[in-house]
Design a protein around this ligand. Structure first.
Ligand SMILES: [Zn+2]
Length: 233
């Protein structure tokens, strides 16, 4: 499902040429652009053009590495799954709003049609032309809006379902990100604990000498002994 949605987003931005790019991009690892170009059977410039278009919307990101020998940069690309899903979500919401607007307009306004020319007029235009078609001169007839409303409602249902599947994917992606974060935090905690234990062990190792030095110091510090402990540390 996610692949299908991502493909939809990418092609809506960069055209049909970009259709296969989603299969080649990864959400975790960066992929070498020369590999993408080869698999898409496109030149490196064509490939970059597609990726730049998608990158303008923030839906892919890149890192670049310099070839030390040749001196040029190779780009490595990754798809930004969450940003892409949010982008699609916004697009669907916008479409839904437009359809709802159409439904409302069909429900509240009158429309007229010339059956000969198959042209539609809104109420204001029909009134201006005295309900006569300006193309053929026939009288226009009032339109039954219910078939159009039915169609728009079907479209709205479809968009609603799509929105649901996008929201499902967003939820999955969020969980994935949180899990990854938790894992990284645990790893950091583990490392910090190890470091702490290491320091503690070192301290314990040095402790007897330090104590001796302290005792000496507090008793009667001689220049020699202080110097000695310092240099050992
Ligand atoms: Zn007409």
């Amino acid at each position: 499902m996610l692949k299908k949605l991502l493909t939809e987003i990418v092609t809506s931005i960069a055209g049909k040429q970009a259709e296969q790019i989603v299969d080649l991009l990864d959400g975790e690892k960066y992929v070498n652009e020369f590999l993408i170009a080869k698999k898409l059977n496109l030149t490196i410039n064509q490939t970059r053009n597609i990726l730049y278009k998608i990158s303008d919307e923030g839906l892919v990101s890149f890192i670049r590495k310099k070839d030390k020998r040749k001196g040029w940069y190779t780009y490595f690309w990754k798809i930004e799954v969450m940003k892409s899903l949010e982008f699609l979500r916004e697009a669907i919401l916008k479409q839904m709003e437009q359809v709802q607007h159409q439904i409302k307009s069909r429900e509240t306004k009158e429309f007229y049609t010339c059956e000969t020319c198959n042209i539609e007029f809104n109420e204001e235009t029909a009134l201006v032309h005295n309900f006569i078609c300006n193309e053929c001169g026939n009288i226009v007839s009032r339109k039954d809006n219910s078939p159009a409303i039915k169609e728009y409602n079907k479209e709205l249902d479809k968009l609603r379902k799509e929105l649901e599947s996008v929201d499902d994917e967003i939820k999955i992606e969020k969980e994935k990100v949180e899990k990854k974060k938790a894992k990284e935090m645990k790893k950091e905690e583990r490392l910090a604990k190890k470091e702490k234990e290491k320091k503690k062990a070192e301290k314990a190792k040095n402790a007897p000498k330090k104590e001796k030095a302290k005792v000496k110091k507090s008793a009667k510090p001689s220049k020699k002994s202080v110097k000695k402990t310092k240099s050992k540390k």
